[in-house]
Design a protein around this ligand. Structure first.
Ligand code: DGP
Length: 110
């Protein structure tokens, strides 16, 4: 999608270090963190949001949660607090599906 900020990051038109990259998704830190750890897990395919998820995304969603588990372990969050958030409707500001992984101390509500 031409005007999508996350598509530009994925295509490396905007430089960004990825914490993780696979064929189907990337992980990078949120520019405006709401917790000690605030990562965005973003599918490479442009999916506008939750409302565009269909059965054809079942495998992708499994991969996303498998990566969440890997990030939780890497960041030693298993015995700490963590949360996965997907905003939709007016709560969603970037119209490209993404999963927030928030870990540790909360700074603000997202
Ligand atoms: P949401 O409200 O769920 O759509 O959250 C969008 C998040 O994306 C918000 O927490 C800030 C983050 N964000 C927006 N633009 C950029 C960017 O250019 N780089 C990074 N790293 N994060 C961004």
């Amino acid at each position: 999608m031409d005007n999508c900020i996350f598509c530009k990051i994925i295509k490396k038109e905007i430089p960004k270090d990825f914490n993780y990259e696979s064929e189907n998704l990337v992980v990078f830190p949120d520019i405006n963190p709401s917790a000690d750890l605030h990562l965005l897990i973003v599918p490479k395919m442009h999916i506008g949001g939750i409302g565009e998820i269909g059965e054809e995304q079942t495998k992708l969603l499994g991969e996303i949660y498998a990566i969440v588990n890997k990030l939780v372990l890497e960041n030693k969050l298993t015995d700490d607090a963590y949360r996965v958030v997907v905003n939709g409707g007016k709560a969603q500001h970037v119209p490209h599906l993404h999963f927030h992984l928030l870990g540790g101390q909360w700074k603000k509500f997202i």
